[in-house]
Write a protein that binds this ligand. Structure first.
Ligand SMILES: [Zn+2]
Ligand SMILES: [Zn+2]
Length: 404
């Protein structure tokens, strides 16, 4: 098989950048009318997964403040058995998820590490967007309980649905209500390596994290003898060290240096040192975690990744860790098997549409079964010339589709 890999790690200490420079040429073009060699990219929807393979996609790697180049935290794990799991759906991330053109029915399982908006702010886009674009069943959300009920995931989802009540009531009139429902599976954030999901050969466990308050967790996904650890926001903690050891992929935040938090994020020095070294993980601390647990491949994220910040973070990480590393940006993808870990970039459309899956959409409510949320007073304001302007188009469409 021709090589089509941006990076192939068989272990060892080579960095992404070394392999990039070694493999950047990518083969030869044999004739002026022939095809170019493989481009080291993944075109979503064009490759079947092997049974024992995991495809991991960075759909959000940024920060709570919005940036077009990097959405907030979101990881998609696609498994060879057909299961797909979203780990966090941070603000802005659903545009990246949607560009993969995966039917929304396959994106019904969401695991939340914690309830900061940069980790679940785009649940609304998945919930309502998926509902209008072909999801046929309710969403399922797994997340930690809080120290009190009001700090937990079940409370958050209950009140999320209350906040979006107008949205749901008005959609319920024209769409089946089922895909607009969300079921919550809440678990103890203090539980250590406890199973929170086990189906179809997939096990997902939870470990506590040390972040802005009690409640945050990290997740450990095991499938086909592979272990992928998805670290949420946390200061380095003993549970991660113990249970992420031996991971094939270890994802862990590495935050901006305190100096860059001051320079770029406008934080005061006091705030920067507290945020960057007490409730998040600094680059040297990230490196220490990785050189201790020695994953096959380490992934750092949760910072705006540009030349200056990248250099500062890499310097910090490399002061304590020399192993395989990616400092993630949005649309990085890793294919993981026992034999190899391959990193590429995704090439996807900016103008993607939702794609239907194999399930038939549930029927909309029968006429009269759901109260019309538009009153007679508002209906009476319809402007007649607009009806007349569209009458020919409406008549033709109805005729073509046998509608009354
Ligand atoms: Zn957070
Ligand atoms: Zn965060």
């Amino acid at each position: 098989m021709k090589t089509r890999f941006l990076v192939v790690f068989m272990g060892g200490v080579a960095t992404t950048f070394l392999f990039l420079s070694l493999m950047g040429g990518g083969g030869t073009v044999q004739s002026p009318t022939g095809t170019a060699p493989d481009r080291y990219v993944y075109y979503p929807g064009t490759e079947e997964l092997a049974k024992d393979e995991i495809r991991l996609i960075a759909c959000g790697t940024g920060l709570p403040s919005a940036r077009r180049d990097q959405a907030a935290t979101c990881w998609l794990a696609e498994l060879g058995n057909g299961d797909k799991f979203l780990f966090d759906v941070g603000t802005g991330s659903m545009a990246n998820v949607a560009a993969l053109m995966i039917p929304y029915d396959f994106l019904d399982k969401v695991f939340l590490t914690h309830l900061h908006t940069d980790h679940w702010g785009d649940l609304a886009a998945l919930w309502a967007g998926g509902w209008t674009a072909g999801r046929t069943k309710p969403l399922r959300v797994w997340g930690p309980a809080g120290e009190t009920p009001e700090m937990g995931t079940a409370y958050a989802i209950e009140h999320f649905l209350k906040a979006y009540n107008w949205d749901a009531v008005t959609r319920n009139f024209v769409l089946s209500a089922d895909p607009g429902k969300i079921s919550v599976i809440e678990f103890d954030y203090k539980a250590i390596n406890a199973v929170v999901y086990q189906e179809n050969g997939v096990t997902i466990r939870s470990i506590p994290a040390i972040h802005a308050g009690d409640g945050p967790v990290s997740f450990i996904l095991e499938y086909a003898g592979l272990k992928v650890v998805i670290g949420g926001d946390t200061f380095p903690n003993k549970w991660f060290i113990e249970y992420a050891t031996g991971a094939d992929i270890a994802i862990h935040e590495t935050f901006l240096t305190p100096s860059d938090l001051v320079k770029f994020y406008g934080q005061s020095p006091g705030q920067a040192i507290a945020v960057g070294t007490q409730i998040h993980t600094s680059p040297p601390a990230f490196g220490k975690v990785m050189s201790t647990i020695k994953p096959r491949h380490a992934i750092g994220y949760h910072f705006f990744n540009e030349q200056a910040t990248h250099d500062h973070i890499l310097q910090g990480v490399r002061s304590t860790y020399s192993g395989p590393l990616s400092l993630a940006v949005d649309d990085m993808v890793w294919n993981i098997t026992k034999d190899r870990i391959v990193e590429r970039m995704i090439v996807s459309p900016d103008q993607a549409w939702g794609v239907n899956g194999p399930n038939k959409p549930p029927a909309p409510p029968a006429p009269g079964s759901v109260p019309n949320p538009i009153s007679d007073f508002i209906k009476a304001g319809r402007w007649q010339p607009a009806e007349e302007a569209q009458a020919a188009m409406v008549d033709k469409f109805k005729k073509d589709n046998n509608l009354n």
